[in-house]
Design a protein. Structure first.
Length: 440
């Protein structure tokens, strides 16, 4: 296919010449993919496996991909160069990655795709592999959204009690399933699961979800989340970060990092304004605020008539840092390790805050990392009212109890992931025939 570019002109022949039958194919596209997949890529290489790195090209800007790949010292072996609307990207990934896997299959290789989380790449790449009877290794499998039972707490009542809400969220019985948000991530992760041969679940709760959906228990492994490996590695390099030279006002900590980029928040004016109002009130009260603005954030600011105002606030308030996304992961972790609280609609940030012991406020109606809230280090702040969100951020601000909650995403996770893969491979194919599954 002309659309695909390769690091080497002899890509297929070079892979064919390798002695190993198995090709471990690590797929990346977004920043979270890179952060969470590169530790597995390195672990496979260190163990001597034949491993290649594929990039969909979905995130191609320097700030969203290029800078981080340079930081981690890796180059993709091929790039699918996908572009276009959501449905076009999905079809291009399936078609182009299907071509790559098919060519390798023709060369006598058995491809093992590694897909991550709940991304479009995860869903489409698992589909492409499954078309060739290549069952994927799903890294960060089983993440499902739980929503607090708001009606039982009375969130809309006068005199909202943040401490009581914090306690309420730590009871698993106060959560329910059924949400289709975040969109399209909850669709993606469920679709990918159907084409998966090895499910690498971050926590026990994810394993419970998959068992309830009928997936085979002997192919589900609770290993932690590889973001823990990436975060710890970045913390070790934090002293080399130059982020405090660029933003000296963040050096002494005591700030909240806002991140608003979910489609359902940035396309809904009521939701977006609730979050924006909370941030604005905190700035006006003298709280130090860092806003990391992504493409969808900027679109929302423009679409809802807030761009001029926020630009003026950045000029008028020394306690407000308004910045585009940072290219290097070490800068993100160096800064966030000093934050008082993180207010985010991201999934991965909820995990990273637990790893670093930073209180988190999730700007959604529920969470696909509910374990972090049940664990006590995360508050759910539904985007319905700015004052309510502000109150929760202030409650979580440098909250000693939230900081002290247990770390739940593990250590040496990449090693545990590959141990699980090698264990399955030692017994047979990852794509399992039905007679093997039922033992006949």
């Amino acid at each position: 296919m002309q659309e695909i570019t390769y690091l080497s002109e002899g890509f297929y022949d070079e892979i064919a010449a390798e002695r190993s039958e198995f090709v471990h194919l690590i797929m990346i596209a977004t920043k979270p993919d890179i952060i969470k997949q590169i530790p597995l890529y390195r672990e496979l290489r260190n163990r001597g496996h034949l491993v290649i790195l594929g990039h969909t090209g979905q995130h191609y800007d320097e700030n969203l991909s290029g800078g981080m790949l340079k930081e981690f010292g890796v180059q993709p072996d091929f790039n699918l160069n996908v572009r276009g609307a959501a449905h076009e990207v999905v079809s291009q990934i399936i078609g182009r990655l299907g071509h790559v896997i098919g060519e390798l299959k023709e060369k006598g290789k058995t491809v093992i795709p590694y897909v991550h989380g709940d991304t479009t790449t995860c869903m489409a790449a698992a589909n492409a592999g499954y078309c060739h009877r290549a069952a994927s290794v799903h890294v960060e499998a089983g993440i499902r959204t739980l929503t607090p039972k708001f009606s039982e707490f009375g969130l809309g009542d006068d005199g909202f009690d943040s401490a009581a809400w914090h306690t309420f969220l730590q009871d698993r019985n106060n959560w329910e399933r059924g949400s289709q948000e975040p969109f399209p991530e909850q669709f993606n992760t469920r679709c990918a699961e159907a084409g998966t041969g090895i499910h690498l679940a971050p926590v026990e709760l994810d394993r419970e979800f998959m068992i309830s959906e009928g997936f085979s228990e002997d192919r589900i492994f609770v290993v932690g989340n590889s973001v823990a490996d990436a975060t710890h590695e970045a913390l070790e390099r934090a002293k080399d970060s130059t982020i405090f030279e660029k933003h000296p006002e963040l050096a002494d900590g005591n700030f909240v990092r806002f991140c608003i980029h979910r489609g359902e928040n940035c396309s809904n004016e009521k939701r977006f304004r609730a979050i924006y109002d909370a941030m604005k009130m905190l700035i006006e009260d003298g709280r130090k605020v860092l806003l990391i603005s992504l493409f969808k954030t900027e679109s929302a600011l423009k679409n809802f008539g807030l761009k001029d105002e926020i630009d003026q606030m950045a000029k008028d308030y020394d306690n407000f840092v308004y910045s585009p996304v940072w290219a290097e992961y070490v800068d993100v972790i160096a800064a966030m390790s000093r934050a008082a609280v993180c207010a985010t609609d991201s999934g991965s940030m909820q995990e990273e805050m637990n790893v670093m012991g930073v209180p988190c406020v999730t700007l959604r109606f529920g969470s696909d990392r509910p374990e972090s809230a049940i664990n006590g280090g995360n508050l759910i702040a539904p985007p319905i009212d700015g004052s309510l969100i502000k109150q929760m951020v202030e409650y979580a601000w440098d909250n000693a109890d939230m900081r002290a909650k247990p770390k739940i995403y593990g250590e040496n996770v990449s090693s545990k992931c590959i141990d699980a893969v090698e264990g399955v491979m030692s017994k047979g194919d990852i794509f399992r025939a039905e007679e093997e599954r039922i033992g006949l």
